[in-house]
Unconditional design. Structure first.
Length: 218
């Protein structure tokens, strides 16, 4: 069972999210909060698998709450999925740099929401299709930095490129002629070598280093 906490300052939104999320046998909502401060306390208390986090809230906003959740070593098993009405560059970058594992807009379909919750719980990055190009276009504009690649082997670089293109471990294994276990090992090694908390950060690094360009297909 995937345990979820909802953090949003609108009660009506939280009620709707609860109904959508729990319309599945493998997802349950274990708590709600209306502010970033209360959300942080709740997450530390119940240690959910996934936090559905709004951005604009009174007091501590969702980006700062996300940053603190990610920085808390006792919450290493918790992924933050930002769910908001805003797709401005600053919000998207702020959420990703804070360590969010995913970013969705609130017009997402019920099944897309549940799929995103499952993906984040499994350690997979999630970016709404509507914001992906905006994010990645901005990432590479004048900001390509190949320095992190100097510490990687050729095979690790290939794996990072495929992670950046959105392939999962099994697809990476098929693409490179590896076993799924070997692909998983390479991804874990990349996380450690690049100081990345999760695959969402690896995706951004793949763009920042120029390994993947906007519009690259899987």
């Amino acid at each position: 069972m995937i345990r979820v906490v909802l953090v949003d300052d609108q009660e009506l939104v939280r009620t709707g999210l609860r109904a959508l999320a729990e319309h599945a046998d493998d997802i349950t909502v274990v708590g709600e909060a209306a502010t970033g401060t209360d959300g942080l306390e709740l997450v530390r208390a119940v240690r959910p698998d996934v936090v559905l986090m709004d951005i604009r809230m009174p007091g501590m906003d969702g980006i700062e709450a996300t940053r603190r959740i990610v920085a808390d070593e006792s919450l290493g098993g918790t992924g933050v999925l930002v769910l908001t009405t805003f797709d401005e560059d600053d919000h998207v970058f702020g959420a990703i740099r804070a360590g969010a594992a995913g970013y969705l807009l609130k017009d997402v379909s019920p099944e897309e929401l549940r799929s995103a919750v499952r993906a984040v719980a499994a350690g997979e990055p999630v970016l709404a299709a509507g914001v992906t190009r905006t994010v990645m276009d901005a990432v590479v504009r004048g900001r390509v930095d190949t320095a992190p690649l100097a510490h990687l082997t050729a095979r690790e670089t290939d794996v990072l490129r495929l992670v950046g293109r959105g392939l999962n471990n099994r697809e990476i294994a098929d693409e490179l002629g590896l076993s799924p276990d070997s692909a998983r090992t390479y991804v874990s090694r990349l996380l450690a070598r690049l100081g990345a908390r999760d695959r969402a950060r690896l995706v951004v690094l793949a763009y920042e280093t120029g390994l993947v360009r906007p519009g690259t297909s899987p």
